[in-house]
Design a protein around this ligand. Sequence first.
Ligand code: IFM
Length: 453
Amino acid sequence: MGFCKDFQWGAATSSYQIEGGAYEDGKGLNIWDVFCQEEGRIFEGHTGDVACDHYHRFREDVEIMKKLGLKAYRFSINWARVLPDGYGKVNEAGVKFYNDLIDALLEAGVEPFITLYHWELPYELYKKGGWMNEEIVNWFGEYAKLVAERFSDRVKYFFTLNEPQCFVGLSFLDGVHAPGVHAPVRDTFQMSHNALKAHGMAVKMLREHAKQDIQVGYAPTGTMSYPDSDKPEDIEAARQHLFSLDQPLSRWTWNVTWWSDPVLFGEYPEEGLRKYRNYLPRITKEDLKLISQPIDFYGQNIYNGHRVRMGKNGQPEVVKRYEGFPKTALDWPVTPECLCWGPKFLYERYKKPIYITENGLSCHDVVSVDGQVHDPNRIDFLTRYLRELKKCAESGTDIRGYFQWSLMDNFEWHSGYAERFGLVFVDYNTQKRIIKDSGYWYRDLIRNNGETL
Ligand code: IFM
């Protein structure tokens, strides 16, 4: 028992966060390139212009993955690197970069998992309305077709969208992510609907143009819920809480079902249709059919969760965290149970094999006097979380893989380089990489398929 024998132990990154090469070889601008140039947007004016310089150093990075014994690597394609205007003319130099990366991965025995969209909206499309413009469904479809045509002869696994909750919520409600807009709530529902349609179109196009049998999934995010005790009523409370839509309107995107029910069930949750009725765009049967193109697996990014119990009034209630509750450098709560109950509830509801598409933490990592990076907190965090994931697998949930966020320290959006999430330390002055203690720990864990947890 434990993890299945071909479990995909992986690590994940995204293009803007690591690639750099922002203005090279015919790449078009994306909204992050533009946003980061604006004063006051990003911590200390950092940008992803150079980031980890992965665009030039990807071979070294693949060597590191090989050293770590990674079975899989999830990365995103920078849409404007391959289609500078978002559609139309292809930038062959950009395609070549990803081709070389894929070849290097395969040679190193690392399975590539491509994410189509990890927030790198081409700036030319933003100028045309971006996610507000229904045409984005076709633009995204054309991009997916190109990805299938050029890469699917070697790549079998694809994710469409990463964390739509963030690229609508953080970007257009909070305005802290690119393009930094406070949009009317109504517009954000239009964007979410367009994004889901774009997801469906991408699934269709990937399959239609794939060169082999491929597997396609989706990678939303969300705070999980886990029960306060093993009592059936607490378990039920946690389940109800996870799938409810009880966020205030200003934070409406932070839920599971609005983003996943249409994809898996072909319908929006009733609760949302009622609650958000004044803000909704026109939703047709054809839209829902497109959105619910069959997918092969369900990806979920999981970082933490709420402890939930059944209240005296028969409603789920969140248990207040005690003072001094453990937290990461980014002040995120450390709640390992979320990695057992989250995938379990999701599997029960959506009945698709699960991939944990992101999980990890930011620590205050430094290079010690011995030249190494000792990060016991990360090892402790991963031990606790992965023990829970193992429990989940042992209780019958079909878990196929786990992607540690992140392979290496990188550009953490509006926090710039202030946060370090990597298994590999990056010195941004010299671009020197140092495998952290947790990287070696993960390598050993992969070797024994999680048996030592
Ligand atoms: O760095 C991000 C990633 O891009 C999306 N998911 C959460 C990570 C940590 O904040």
